[in-house]
Design a protein around this ligand. Structure first.
Ligand code: PEP
Ligand code: MN
Length: 337
């Protein structure tokens, strides 16, 4: 961290700042310049609160050189991480195809669908049992019954299951879930993140629609710093000025996150697009951008879906897309040889 000292700063203001910084366990070296003095702050600066530092009378500006990401950042962990989900590796070249309905609706909906997804190449089955809906009057999910149906589908197909938690009090119900999803709306539910840090189930952390990548990485840091190193990040579209799609799929997030973190990064084109017809091209673009996996919503009868029907692929369309994804990945690997 570099601190620019105000021209007008009094000696005692600089001393107070230096005392504060050294008490935080970092070392401070003044670098006098022609016009102003800089303080070079080195050590573990992740615990320093930039806003507190900026509040000192002597401070003109605060600049971070490294991100405060001791666990999520590449600094401590240069190699890509692999997160195992029910025996399926994700990250560091292991690509995971996650598919399933937005919401678990019934046995009749889920079980045949899970079998067809598996046959088409899905490696993990998704489905919401607890749904964070914008309106309190819309379908909120089947709750425990939905979780039981997911377990049944896992037993029938062998596919590990991915489902969203919306409240830390639900954790006992999620003990045998293979990958616990934190939805976009809960990305900064810090108490939930802390609880997920205390267990060792893998967590799929979705980017909030208005969250910066730094905020996403700091949210991941909450889980990692609690002791749970199994975090997969998910780009799912951000808010934009343009309403042509539901959200704007930020594929630059894949490149930027891969540079800054060792954690696997997957993409959810379904929620970004909001319309099934855009999902195949966004999926292929995400694969080309280097995503470690995709999460796709699929429904046997999208028009009858209780949530997110407009963006759900039909099983046959998913199967066709899965083939294209395989071919694209093979082509990318060949061209890399
Ligand atoms: C979902 O995966 O069904 C979901 C609610 O996604 P998001 O949190 O990204 O809106
Ligand atoms: Mn959905």
């Amino acid at each position: 961290m570099v601190i620019v000292v105000r021209h007008s700063a009094r000696r005692e203001d600089v001393a107070a700042l230096t005392a504060f910084l050294t008490a935080q366990g970092v070392s401070v070296t003044p670098v006098p310049g022609e016009r102003s003095t800089l303080l070079a702050v080195v050590g573990d600066t992740s615990r320093l609160d930039d806003d507190r530092v900026a509040g000192f009378a002597a401070v003109e500006a605060v600049r971070r050189i490294t991100e405060p990401l001791p666990l999520a950042g590449r600094g401590a962990h240069p190699a890509d991480s692999v997160v195992e989900v029910g025996g399926v590796p994700v990250g560091a070249g292991h690509f995971a195809l996650i598919a399933g309905p937005c919401s678990v609706e019934s046995r009749e909906q889920l079980l045949p669908l899970a079998a067809s997804l598996r046959a088409a190449g899905a490696q993990l089955l998704r489905g919401g049992a607890y749904k964070p809906r914008t309106s309190p009057y819309h379908f909120q999910g089947l709750g425990e019954e939905g979780l039981a149906l997911l377990r049944e589908a896992r037993a029938a197909t062998g596919l590990p299951i991915v489902t969203e938690i919306v409240d830390p009090r639900q954790l006992p119900l999620f003990e045998d879930v293979d990958l616990i999803q934190v939805g976009a709306r809960n990305m900064q539910n810090f108490e939930l993140l802390k609880e997920l840090g205390r267990i060792d189930t893998p967590v799929l952390l979705k980017r909030g629609p208005s969250a910066t990548l730094k905020e996403l990485l700091l949210a991941a840091e909450y889980i990692l710093s609690g002791g749970n190193g199994r975090v997969i990040l998910c780009e799912r579209g951000v808010r934009s000025f343009d309403t042509a799609t539901r959200y704007l799929l930020d594929l630059s997030a894949v490149a930027v996150l891969h540079e800054r973190t060792h954690l696997p990064v997957i993409v959810d084109p379904s929620h970004a697009a909001g319309a099934a017809r855009y999902v195949p091209s966004l999926s292929l673009a995400a694969v080309a951008a280097g995503a470690d996996g995709l999460m796709l919503e699929v429904h046997p009868d999208p028009a009858a879906a209780l949530s997110d029907g407009a963006q759900a692929l039909l099983p046959a369309d998913f199967a066709a897309l899965a083939k294209q994804i395989k071919a694209l990945r093979a082509a990318l690997t060949e061209s890399g040889d």
